[in-house]
Ligand binder design. Structure first.
Ligand SMILES: [Zn+2]
Length: 61
């Protein structure tokens, strides 16, 4: 470790397709799918995950 911050936030997102809400890690390094309809919510983008079919509802600590 060289002092980098390894912290990240969790965010509550809402699926644009079905409205399901899920809590995801904002810096997800894998694709995350909706638990209900299977739509791709976010995909990794080398930092903050890119929202695909999701809208952020709120940020959590
Ligand atoms: Zn969905």
């Amino acid at each position: 470790m060289r002092g980098e911050k390894l912290t990240g936030n969790f965010v509550r997102v809402s699926c644009r397709d079905c409205g399901n809400e899920q809590i995801i890690f904002e810096r997800a390094c894998t694709k995350i799918s909706c638990n209900i309809c299977g739509a791709t919510l976010v995909q990794p983008a080398g930092g903050k995950a890119k929202l695909v079919s999701a809208a952020i509802v709120e940020s959590l600590e």
